[in-house]
Write a protein that binds this ligand. Structure first.
Ligand code: ZN
Length: 94
């Protein structure tokens, strides 16, 4: 069984989410628009889902669950096709 080396700082940074109404960027950790107070939790979850799956894949790899990591990485790439670290990690896993 081949070992996959995971970068110690392989986790990805969160993406910036803006309020769809007023285009004001969210100020983490708040999940409400600083301008209109709209609850943007669902939007944040949608935008972050690829990154959350990617980070979960890193956790799975550390736990030795390579097949679970592959599933999570494919899901991450379906949510965010431009997520380069997920793509290269999936390629490394084969
Ligand atoms: Zn707003």
């Amino acid at each position: 069984m081949s070992e996959v080396v995971v970068e110690p700082n392989g986790t990805v940074e969160p993406v910036e989410v803006s309020c769809p109404g007023c285009r004001v960027p969210l100020a983490p950790p708040s999940l409400r628009c600083p301008s209109c107070g709209e609850d943007l939790t669902a939007l944040v979850r949608l935008r972050y889902s690829g990154r959350m799956d990617y980070n979960a894949a890193l956790e799975a790899l550390r736990a030795g669950e390579a097949s679970e990591a592959r599933v999570l990485l494919r899901r991450a790439l379906a949510a965010e096709p431009g997520l380069a670290p997920a793509r290269s990690l999936l390629a490394a896993l084969g």
